[in-house]
Design a protein around this ligand. Structure first.
Ligand code: DGT
Ligand code: CA
Ligand code: CA
Ligand code: ZN
Length: 598
C-alpha cells in the first residue's frame, strides 16, 4: 500500500466520524494524519516496522500507530469497518456535493436513510427538503445543481491522478524488459484534457517477440500489476482492467510498424480522427488504426510514425493538445499552427500561499523550491481578510507580511520574491483591502471566494467592477470552477475579456489540478482578444509548485505561444507588462509606447 491509499483511508474515516457527530478534535486528528502521510517522503509501509520513529511524527500517537499497522497489514482497520457498518460507503459521495456538509448529510441519513446521491436527488425533486430546518427552497435547488455536476463528473479523474496512475502502470509494464520496445500513453491524457475518463496505453512488441505465445505472456505480466482491481477484457492484443480507485486502463499490444497509426488513432480526439479520415479519403487514401493506405488497402503509404502520416496527408505535425477538430487541420495545411509554449519558457509563478494564511511552508521555503524549479521570480499571495476559513490577513498582518517578504527578498535567495496578495473580490465587486494597502503591494491578484451563485448580470457587474479597480492586475481562477465538483460561475466572458484588454488586466491560467481555470477555450479567446495571460500554480506547499506543467498544458490546448503569456518574460520585462500601478509612469512602458507611436 502506498502512502496515498493509506491517507485516503484515514481521510474517509475523518469524514465518516464527522457525519457520525464526533467532536472536532477527534476527526481532525485523522484528517491531519492523512495530510501528513500524503506529503511524507518515507513510505508508511516501511515506517510501521519502526513504531518509535513513526511516533516522532507530529500528531502520531500510540493509537494512530496501531491503526497504521493494521491498515498496512489488512488494507483496512477496525474503526473504519465499524463506521461502515453504520453507514454505507456511498454516503461519502454526498460530501462531494458542493452544497452538503457533514451535518446535513447526517441529518438526511437519520431522517430519510438517504445514503446515495440518487436518494438525495429523489428527495430534493419531491420537494421534501425545502421545509426542513437549515435547508429551504434555495438550498434544495443548489443540491439539485450539485447532483447534476456529480452525475456529469462521476467516472472521470483529475489529470494528476490519471498521470500518477499511468506512470505506475507504465513502469510495471516496462519490467517486461526485452519483450517490449516502447510504452506510450495515448487518449485524453496525451491530449492534456483537464479530466480523464480512462487510460489508453500502447505497447509495441520487440521484433522477435511478436508471436502469440509472447503476446500472451506479456498480457499475463501486465495483468499481474499489483494495482489491478478487476480484469475487464483479455483479448488477442488488448487487455483492460480497473485500478483500485476505479480508473479503467486499456492497453493495446501492437507491432512497431503500426505504432504511428495506432498512436494517432488512440490519441484522438474522435472528432480529429474523423476529420483526418475524411481528408485521407479525399486524397484517395484510407486511414485506420493500422496504417494509412491506398483506398482499397492494397498498398501501405505510412504507419510507423505519426509524423510520416501527417506528412503524407500534406499536413504539418499537429501537437496532441490541439487535436480537437477546432481549426488545427486547416492551420496545419497552411503552415499556420502556433509555436506552442513549453514548460521551460516559464520564468515565474504569481500565486502561492504560505503559513501566513493556509499554506504549509514559509516564504523562504517557497522561494527556495521555486528557484530550484528554475523560476526567476515568484509572488507570495496569501489570502485577504474576507477569507476567514483560510486565515486571511487583515491590514495589520498584511503590512507586517509585506515587510517580511521584502526582507526575505533582500537576503539573497537567488530569486526575486514579490510581495503580493490574493485579494478577495467582495459581493459588490469592491476589493477586500483599501487603496493605501493595495498601493504597497508589488502584485495584486484578485479572485472570488464567496457568493458563487449570483445571477449572470450581477456576476458580470461584480467582475467588471473588480477589473475597473485601478489596482487590479491579475484575475485568479477566473471562473471559480472546481473540476468534478463545482461548475464555473456564470458571467459574460466576452464583456469581461474586453474589459481586461482595455485595462491591461491579465487573466490567470490556474495550474492546480482541481481548477485548471481558465479553461482552454477561454484561453484561446484571451489570445484572440489580446488579453494577457499568466500561468500560476496557487501552491499551498512546495510540492505544488511543479503543477505549473498542468497550466502549461492547458495553455497549449488554448493555442498559446510564449508571447501570449507574460510570466515567460524575465523579471523586469514581466513587471513592465503588468498593469501599471495608479500614479506610476514607468519609463519602460513609456519608451515602448513611444516606439509604437501611440
Ligand atoms: P476519455 O477517456 O473519455 O477521457 O477520452 P479519450 O479521448 O481518451 O477517449 P477514449 O478512451 O474513449 O478513446 C481513445 C481514443 O480512441 C479517442 O480519443 C479516439 C479513439 N476512438 C475511440 N473510439 C472511436 C471511434 O468510435 N471512432 C474514432 N474515429 N476514434 C475512436
Ligand atoms: Ca481514454
Ligand atoms: Ca479508452
Ligand atoms: Zn483562491
Amino acid at each position: 500500500m502506498d502512502n496515498k491509499q493509506i491517507a485516503r483511508i484515514l481521510r474517509e474515516t475523518a469524514q465518516l466520524l464527522e457525519i457520525d457527530g464526533a467532536i472536532i478534535g477527534r476527526y481532525r486528528s485523522y484528517e491531519k494524519a492523512a495530510e501528513l502521510i500524503d506529503g511524507l517522503p518515507e513510505s508508511i509501509e516501511q515506517l510501521v516496522k519502526e513504531p518509535e520513529k513513526l511516533k516522532e511524527l507530529p500528531g502520531i500517537g500510540d493509537r494512530m500507530v496501531e491503526h497504521l499497522q493494521e491498515i498496512v497489514k489488512t488494507g483496512d482497520y477496525a474503526l473504519r469497518r465499524k463506521l461502515l457498518k453504520k453507514y454505507p460507503a456511498s454516503i461519502l459521495d454526498l460530501l462531494q456535493l458542493q452544497s452538503l456538509g457533514p451535518k446535513k448529510v447526517a441529518f438526511l441519513w437519520s431522517n430519510f436513510k438517504a445514503g446515495t446521491v440518487a436518494d438525495v436527488e429523489r428527495i430534493a425533486k419531491e420537494g421534501r427538503l425545502r421545509d426542513l430546518p437549515g435547508f429551504g427552497e434555495k438550498s434544495e435547488q443548489n443540491i439539485l445543481k450539485a447532483v447534476e455536476v456529480f452525475k456529469k463528473s462521476s467516472g472521470r479523474f483529475h489529470i494528476h491522478t490519471a498521470e500518477d496512475a499511468a506512470a505506475a502502470v507504465v513502469s510495471h509494464i516496462k519490467k517486461a524488459g526485452k519483450a517490449i520496445q516502447s510504452v506510450t500513453s495515448a487518449g485524453s491524457l496525451r491530449r492534456g484534457k483537464e479530466t480523464v475518463g480512462d487510460l489508453d496505453l500502447l505497447v509495441t512488441l520487440a521484433d522477435d517477440h511478436t508471436s502469440q505465445k509472447h503476446v500472451d505472456a506479456l498480457a499475463k505480466h501486465i495483468l499481474a500489476f499489483p494495482g489491478v482491481d478487476q480484469t475487464l477484457a483479455h483479448g488477442e492484443n488488448k487487455v483492460s482492467f480497473t485500478l483500485k480507485n476505479g480508473l479503467q486502463v486499456d492497453v493495446r499490444l501492437l507491432e512497431v510498424e503500426n505504432f504511428g497509426a495506432a498512436l494517432l488513432y488512440f490519441t484522438g480526439s474522435k472528432e480529429h480522427n474523423v476529420a483526418l479520415r475524411g481528408r485521407a479519403n479525399d486524397m484517395g487514401l484510407t486511414l485506420n488504426e493500422y496504417a494509412l493506405a491506398t483506398l482499397k488497402g492494397e498498398k501501405r503509404v505510412a504507419g510507423r510514425t505519426e509524423e510520416e502520416i501527417y506528412s503524407k496527408l500534406k499536413l504539418d505535425f499537429i501537437p496532441p493538445e490541439l487535436r480537437e477538430n477546432s481549426g488545427e487541420i486547416a492551420a496545419a495545411e497552411n503552415h499556420k499552427l502556433p509555436n506552442l509554449l513549453t514548460l521551460k519558457d516559464m520564468k515565474g509563478d504569481l500565486q502561492m500561499h504560505t503559513t501566513a494564511s493556509d499554506g504549509k511552508h514559509s516564504i523562504e521555503e517557497m522561494a527556495e523550491a521555486a528557484r530550484e524549479l528554475g523560476h526567476h521570480y515568484i509572488a507570495i499571495t496569501d489570502h485577504s481578510k474576507a477569507v476567514t476559513v483560510a486565515n486571511g490577513l487583515d491590514e495589520k498582518r498584511l503590512t507586517a507580511h509585506i515587510k517580511k517578504i521584502h526582507s526575505a527578498n533582500d537576503t539573497g535567495l537567488g530569486i526575486r520574491v514579490l510581495a503580493g496578495s490574493e485579494v478577495d473580490i467582495l459581493k459588490n465587486g469592491s476589493l477586500d483591502y483599501s487603496d493605501e494597502i493595495l498601493a504597497q503591494l508589488d502584485v495584486v491578484v484578485c479572485s472570488v471566494h464567496s457568493y458563487f451563485n449570483l445571477d449572470r448580470a450581477a456576476m458580470t457587474e461584480r467582475m467588471l467592477a473588480a477589473i475597473e479597480n485601478p489596482y487590479t492586475q491579475i484575475i485568479a481562477h477566473p471562473t471559480g470552477r472546481l473540476l468534478l465538483r463545482r461548475d464555473p460561475f456564470d458571467y459574460d466572458m466576452e464583456k469581461i475579456l474586453e474589459a481586461c484588454a482595455v485595462h491591461g488586466v491579465a487573466m490567470e491560467c490556474n495550474s492546480y489540478p482541481d481548477r485548471l481555470d481558465l479553461k482552454d477555450v477561454y484561453l484561446r479567446m484571451c489570445k484572440d482578444r489580446g488579453v494577457k495571460v499568466v500561468i500560476s500554480t496557487d501552491s499551498h506547499n512546495t510540492a505544488n509548485l511543479s503543477f505549473i506543467r498542468h497550466g502549461v498544458t492547458m495553455a497549449r490546448r488554448g493555442w498559446l505561444e510564449k508571447k501570449d503569456v507574460i510570466n515567460t518574460l524575465p523579471t523586469a520585462e514581466f513587471l513592465d507588462a503588468l498593469r501599471p500601478k495608479p500614479g506610476t509612469a514607468r519609463p519602460g512602458s513609456q519608451k515602448r509606447r513611444a516606439a509604437k507611436g501611440t
